[in-house]
Ligand binder design. Structure first.
Ligand code: ADP
Length: 396
């Protein structure tokens, strides 16, 4: 059975075509610069990478181009698009409503539209992708997989903010959490690597990419996570601040900053970029730090310090920790980050094996020594596969 996975952003569409249940990626690619004069389609299939300049005036045209590339020319991997049994879509915000992936119907679409209010940068393009796929493949099952779904098990004590309660009742202002598909995927892999049933595993998962978040998983369920109403809360990220005193915003507003400027500052000019002043990209920033840039080194240290603080907090709330998992571009590739976050956590039972840590990059592996009570794993995330698995399950 062929399952197409789509992740639609504001001007791009990422896709992967899977053969299920074999979990084999038949083709994958990225269409960029949708709506511009020329768009760029990159496709990996048949053992090669193909790059072409195309014209995609909107997402609907983009989906048609992708389907066309899957079924014709040298990028062809299927004879006809009718071979596609179902399409799985990444959707960022599912509010309190969606606790799992669902088959898309008009009611689901209306809800995704409603939650666009909470994720204005993500839900609208996700929805555009869904509508475009429905138009091109009208008789095919479309499935929505939500970044928030895994976190719907978080108890009230962890999701209610200490604001007047009617702010929650009126506006549904609460912690939702994100990266749920990734946290769940790596948590399940970690349980499997430990030979434990998922519903018996207690874990802390760290998704460290451009966006960063951590989740406390007790008995296979998310019980707390660092992102909140929006992806701004929690860890230090590429350009987002993570936690800080909200009174800073009132203080700056009185100094003349507009709401828009503050929003932009916290989401786009803070984090690694804001502290270092050189880059939002961990690799570049690390280079600068190694070359003696003091603020780049400070950004690195603050990044790791925040993670360590959350490890402490989540160890306390979990009441028993089996493993910590690192994933995402930074988590999978930066042994120095993992070392600095976990290198001196012997008091909670973590003993990093420096040699294993140094060599476990972009691959799955254990980076603690044999005597470490708490295991630490590097597990490359695979959100597309997780979406394909959910879509396959519903298609069956
Ligand atoms: P996204 O959240 O956009 O999916 P990724 O998960 O790809 O992003 O993570 C991007 C981050 O991973 C960037 O900060 C990048 O510098 C970092 N990264 C990638 N490779 C390395 C590496 N070898 N060492 C350190 N950081 C890395």
């Amino acid at each position: 059975m062929k399952i197409l996975v789509i992740n639609a952003g504001s001007s791009s569409i990422k896709y992967q075509l899977f053969e299920m249940p074999a979990e084999k990626v038949v083709a994958k690619g990225l269409l960029e610069k949708i709506g511009e004069e020329t768009s760029k389609l990159t496709c990996s299939c048949n053992g090669k990478e193909f790059k072409t300049e195309v014209k995609a005036k909107d997402h609907a045209a983009g989906i048609l181009l992708i389907l066309d590339s899957l079924a014709s020319g040298e990028t062809a991997v299927i004879k006809n698009v009718s071979e596609i049994t179902a399409v799985g879509h990444r959707v960022v915000h599912g509010g309190e409503e969606f606790t799992d992936s669902v088959a898309i119907n008009d009611k689901v679409i209306a809800s995704i539209e409603k939650f666009a209010d909470l994720a204005p940068l993500h839900n609208p393009p996700n929805l555009t992708g869904i509508r475009a796929a429905q138009k091109s493949l009208p008789d095919v099952l479309q499935v929505a997989c939500f970044d928030t779904a895994f976190h719907t098990t978080i108890p009230k004590v962890a999701y209610i903010y200490a604001l007047p309660y009617d702010i929650y009742e009126k506006f549904r202002v609460r912690r939702y959490g994100f990266h749920g598909t990734s946290h769940k995927y790596v948590a399940q892999r970690a349980a499997a690597l430990m030979g434990k049933k998922f519903d018996q595993a207690n874990l802390i998962t760290c998704h460290l990419g451009n966006g960063c978040s951590m989740t406390a998983v007790r008995a296979g369920k998310s019980i707390d996570t660092s992102m909140g109403l929006t992806p701004l809360e929690g860890l230090v990220m590429g350009t987002r601040s993570g936690d800080f005193d909200p009174a800073i915003l009132f203080y700056l507003a009185e100094k003349g900053y507009t709401v828009e400027a503050l929003n932009n500052m916290c989401n786009k000019q803070s984090g690694l970029l804001g502290i270092s002043g050189v880059s939002n990209d961990m690799r570049n920033m690390r280079k600068q730090a190694d070359a003696g840039n003091v603020r780049a080194k400070l950004a690195f240290d603050i990044f790791c310090y925040r993670i360590k603080k959350y490890i402490g907090a989540y160890t306390a709330v979990l009441g028993g920790l089996d493993a910590i998992v690192f994933t995402g571009g930074i988590g999978e590739n930066a042994p120095d980050v993992r070392q600095q976050c976990c290198g001196d956590l012997a008091q909670i039972g973590v003993n990093i094996d420096p040699a294993a840590n140094a060599k476990t990059n972009r691959i799955e592996g254990l980076i603690t020594s044999a005597d470490s009570r708490v295991k630490v794993y590097v597990i490359p995330t695979n959100e597309e596969l997780a979406i394909a698995q959910d879509t396959f399950a519903l298609a069956k």
